[in-house]
Design a binder for this molecule. Structure first.
Ligand SMILES: Cc1ncc(COP(=O)(O)O)c(C=O)c1O
Length: 463
């Protein structure tokens, strides 16, 4: 199959993860199950690093894409730093072995508790749980490498907490460049109507008012315009806005030493729809080479481009229902397992894991040119009409108990899974060489009810 997937291949009509038939994994651990390819992750990470090597740009893996501790560890072994957007992700990155100085803390809504824990380990919610999670030196751990600050209100909060704790922090200002990434409305983050970042024309004023603070050093600028961004030009436009700002700030006496370009590099959900990581780099390197030579450090926050095509979701068909106008393939995965189709009308190529050799598709296509396909609604068990994995999708004949693979599922799949309708979250398996390692057990149903006990009555002193 000629496409962007990493580590998965049909051999004689049987889908394999490396040397392992994925059906063997389903037999062993059930479905729905996410399977990741360690080699796939390694090769896409190295490819990205190589593409941006003329800038010496250091990847901070966007933990939100696939946050499993073992995936974070794998990326850490490759040398990645971590980009996190919550206290929970920060703890994951740290538990995965990332030193705090290699963690960048972004996100629009950081709470007081999250900022405290990011500055001083004594405030980590993991304190007292060492026997369960390890990393016992937690209480003496220092601050994160930097905060990506998204509003003046957040900057004031950061300054106050840093002063209060007597811990110095570094921060970048996330700039909203008002650039259209030409992606889904819900994944557009760099337009002025979006909640993210500070409008570019307001940034010089922020530096005037807040630079030089004794505890919070404003070292750089950050931008992330959306995801996935399938064209190169929006990145170019955004970087141009940032370079102009850097120049302006420099003239005003504020030297910028770090530029965080964010993530959003697209991958092929459909063959050929993304320009490829090299094309982004080729467009951006000429713009940034000179500033880098003069000392500007560039970092990246890739998520999808590292893990999306190195993962699949395995689901088992529960029922096939021929309605008057539609054929429904009802699976055990749905919007609770993979919400991207319901939330963003995202396309994922879906195909049976075992097919006659002539039915192996050549590439991910919305309309595979193969005989005997039927238009299907591929749906889940959830009581919502939005619960679909694919609509009007040509599929070969499938029957009850067949396995389907949802491709390009390695990013924003498991990390967005929920317990809606009281289903346990799926299992996760990492295939590394000829080993299939369970890196997350299927969530047992009993775990869903664990915190739902009457434990105490709040003494509020009212009434
Ligand atoms: C601030 C920030 N950085 C990086 C990313 C990663 O984007 P992607 O997975 O498309 O590379 C996101 C995704 O939402 C983000 O919001």
């Amino acid at each position: 199959m000629n496409n962007g997937i990493q580590g998965f291949e049909y051999q004689e009509g049987v889908l394999h993860a490396g040397p392992i038939p994925v059906s063997a994994i389903a037999e062993a651990i059930g479905t729905p199950t996410y399977i990741y390819s360690a080699d796939g992750i390694r090769s896409s990470y190295r490819r990205l690093e190589r593409a941006f090597s003329p800038l010496g740009a250091h990847p901070h893996y966007a933990v939100k894409a696939t946050s499993n501790l073992h995936i974070c560890r794998l990326l850490r072994e490759l040398g990645a730093s971590m980009d996190v957007v919550s206290g929970g992700e920060m703890e994951r990155a740290w538990l995965a072995g990332t030193p705090m100085e290699d963690i960048a803390f972004a996100g629009v809504g950081k709470t007081v508790d999250e900022v405290r824990a990011a500055l001083d380990g004594r405030f980590s919610p993991l304190v007292g749980h060492a026997e369960r999670f390890g990393r016992i030196e937690i209480e003496s751990r220092g601050p994160v490498g930097m905060f990506n600050v998204e509003s003046v209100s957040e900057l004031v909060r950061l300054q106050e907490i840093a002063e209060d704790l007597g811990v110095a922090a570094k921060a970048c200002i996330r700039v909203n460049p008002n650039v259209d990434p030409h992606t889904h409305e819900y994944t557009t983050t760099g337009k002025d109507k979006n909640k993210f970042g500070i409008d570019a024309d307001l940034v010089p004023g922020v530096f005037e008012d807040f630079a030089g603070h004794p505890m919070v050093d404003l070292i750089g600028l950050h931008v992330h315009i959306g995801s996935p961004v399938r064209r190169v030009t929006p990145f170019v436009e955004a970087v141009q806005v940032l370079l102009e700002l850097i120049e302006m700030l420099d003239q005003a006496g504020h030297s910028i030493s770090l530029l965080d370009l964010g993530g959003g590099w697209a991958v092929d959900y459909v063959a050929g729809e993304s320009p490829g990581i090299e094309a982004y780099a080729e467009a951006l390197v000429p713009l940034l080479e000179e500033p880098v030579r003069r000392g500007l450090k560039v970092i990246l926050e890739p998520g999808r481009s590292i893990t999306a095509n190195a993962g699949i979701l395995l689901t088992r068909v529960q029922h096939v229902k021929q309605g008057r106008t539609r054929r429904f393939v009802i699976c055990d995965a749905g919007m609770h397992t993979m919400i991207r189709p319901a939330l963003y009308q995202a396309f994922h190529f879906i195909w049976p894991t075992v097919v006659p050799v002539e039915m192996v598709p050549r590439e991910f296509s919305e309309r595979p040119e193969l005989p005997g396909l039927h238009e299907c609604e591929i749906v889940g068990p959830i009581c919502e009409t939005a619960d679909f994995l694919a609509r009007n999708r040509p599929l070969p004949d499938v029957s009850q108990e067949d396995l389907l693979a949802v491709f390009s599922a390695g990013s924003y799949g498991m990390s967005m899974a929920s317990n809606y309708n009281d289903h346990g979250r799926p299992a996760e398996v990492l295939v590394d060489g000829d080993r299939a390692i369970v890196i997350n057990e299927r969530q047992p149903l009993a775990a869903l009810f664990e915190t739902e006990r009457v434990t105490r009555e709040l003494e509020l002193g009212v009434g």
